[in-house]
Design a protein. Sequence first.
Lengths: 333, 266
Amino acid sequence: MSLRLIGVLAVAAWIPTSAQNGVPRAADGHPDLSGVWTNKTVTPFERPRDLAGKEFFTEQEAAEYEKTHVFDVDKRDNIRGTNRDVASAYNSFWWDPGTKVAKTRRTSIVIDPPDGRIPPLTAERQKQLQEMAEARRRRCEKPGCEPENSGQLGPADGPEDRPLMERCLSFGNAAPMVSSAYNNNYEIVQTPGFVGIDIEMVHQMRRIPIDQTPHLPSHVREWVGDSRGHWEGDTLVVDTTNFNNLESFRGSDENLHLIEQLTRIDADTIIYRFTIDDPTAFTKPWTGEIPFVKSDGLLYEYACHEGNEGMKGILSAARADEKRAAAASVAHQ
Amino acid sequence: MRVWICAWILALPWITPQLCAQSTASLPRTADGKLDLNGIWQAMNTADWDLETHGSVPGPVSSLGAIGAVPPGEGVVEGGTIPYLPAAAARQKENYQRRWTDDPEIKCFMPGLPRATYLPYPFQIVQGANTILITYAYAGAVRTVRMGHPGKSPTDSWMGWSVGHWEGDTLVIDVTSFNDQTWFDRAGNFHSDALHVVERYTPRGPDILDYEASIEDPKVFSRPWKIGMPLYRHVEKNAHLMEYQCIPYAEDVLYGHLRRAEGGSK
């Protein structure tokens, strides 16, 4: 274990109410994490500047925050009546971050550093991300770059140019499992040797063997990484490596070492913590926390790729833009 | 104790040894007394190329040589042939002609059932008391088997709606609410959205399951029919289900015609 991690894990090992009585248990004595859970929340990921120094909302402040921060479909910064505005409105219909702050009433998902803000990226990672953004911007100087019907500006020469969510590969809520655009539902099935977590969003699957086998060799990379779990007291600790360099969590790269802790504290709640340890991307490790709340609902199949007409629309629009530009250029000559 | 009785019975040749082969008393069990099916399993046959008996034929890409060819295999259909209605038999022949472009497996679409079971890739059973997850390597397909759940599916889906129960030591899963988009194999065998599959997983020993799927679809078949095959446990010490995220490999097939042409508009 790296030295820089020891401090973080000491913080993360502090779980507010571990080993409580009344926590449902599996036959092998471990807390039972099984069931359908949701982690949707309006709690901001990082603590807003105007809440600096304030770690928890009071009950009244929480209610006030929920009232003023309910997702507002009309808060769009588009020019009304444009294709982009209509596309955004369509997307907004599906958004479902919930209406409540996290039940811990924390003012941010990030809990360490204590200021609730993600530590700065390393200078090298900043440079790398800037260069990537600049390369995308340069490619956008030609027509066919910003299809008006797509959710995100950028090149659209082929599907590989598009964001992972448009390709149905990931909505960035599988590793770590954070509240995302919608479908923030998770089904956990726990056995003595294995924990499976079915993530409703684009049916990503966390496969967590509870065994002592080593991680995959470092040249093998997976979209949700390679996980191993073990129990520390009443907490399931999941250690994940072998991420690819196409998925990035808040700036992380393929060297991400993700450590997650799942602690069931009562009938309705799992406290979920995740530590982002990625020395090539972040100047120091950091930790977030989101409660998972028991859901009465069932998980349903989200067949995203199978019905991805959106990708065809995005690429067709880009090709149409190119044709229009070519025609205009001919007319101009 | 029962193991000893079994050994004794085996010593008496006039009593059928099958009594012992079918004894499941000594197999591992979960805490609730059910047979423990947890583990990574895989079929070892060529059913995904064709459910019926087939000889080897060349593949679609000659440069792939023996890698891309279709391996021969004996069929898994009880009685040998799939009982298509006449119109459906014609449709299957058309599917076969177009199999190298139309098979949903090419597109990395979720495989449906029972095909997910006998794809040439492993799958993992994660057996909880009320819920069994079955997670397949291919396409990250996954299904939730709800034990004894009375609910109905609100809509159709690729992997169907799975409700399970135990009949002795056999796990029985009733699967309904399929769409009509999946095929049974690479030979164009198909079904409609009226498909109803009943799967039976029966242990033959600690590391082998007998898998049977009865298939009913009055829009396509003249009568219900069955397939059957053994499933084998991955017993390797380091056996893990690895991720086979195939979407990136299918994007060119699906969207290649919409790519920007080199150097200009298309």
